[in-house]
Unconditional design. Structure first.
Length: 184
């Protein structure tokens, strides 16, 4: 009976190691299979989702409008979805260790600064900033979708796209309540 337990433990350890090696090798193969364009879009989208989250957190603190709080939570979910892909493919996270409003990509840093300034004027301007963010995100997600053949990446981007379309509708609705007609 003891011999059986020892053999079973040994086989479990060996099986576990083989499984771990298989999982790791699959991740490595996947990372090698990604194109530079796919990698670029993944890192860009991670920070673009962070930009949206960070701006909405700022606007909620500035204006207290619940839409910003609700959508910032959703943007965190979007960030997490992209982070899962970055981890899966062994890509460094450009948002790692970055505080609110701090970005690796200088274009996104500049955009963040501009959006914060524009949205600090009034609640209506803050809602318009939300529209700009979501329209930009929609355009970029469509470009990201077109840039890949990988099913998992397309699935994540399509899910984020649906979320951004819903966010856009929410901002447009809130602008209408403020008496502002949305013009794309």
């Amino acid at each position: 009976m003891n011999r059986f337990k020892v053999d079973t433990k040994k086989w479990l350890v060996i099986s576990g190691l083989l499984l771990l090696m298989t999982i790791m090798s699959v991740g490595f193969v996947q990372a090698v299979d990604l194109t530079d364009t796919e990698k670029s879009w993944l890192t860009y989208m991670r920070e673009e989702e962070k930009l949206a989250r960070d701006v909405y957190i700022f606007m909620y603190e500035k204006w207290g409008s619940q839409i910003f709080s609700n959508i910032s939570v959703s943007e965190q979910t979007h960030m997490d979805a992209i982070k899962t892909l970055l981890d899966r493919y062994g890509i460094l996270d450009p948002a790692a260790g970055k505080g609110l409003g701090v970005f690796t990509n200088q274009d996104l840093q500049d955009l963040y600064n501009t959006l914060i300034e524009d949205g600090s004027v009034s609640l209506v301007e803050a809602l318009k900033v939300g529209v700009v963010i979501e329209e930009t995100d929609i355009d970029d997600l469509n470009a990201g979708i077109a840039s890949t053949k990988r099913k998992d990446i397309k699935t994540v981007y399509n899910n984020l796209l649906r979320g951004s379309l819903n966010h856009l509708k929410a901002f447009v609705s809130n602008l209408a309540i403020q008496g502002v007609v949305y013009e794309p």
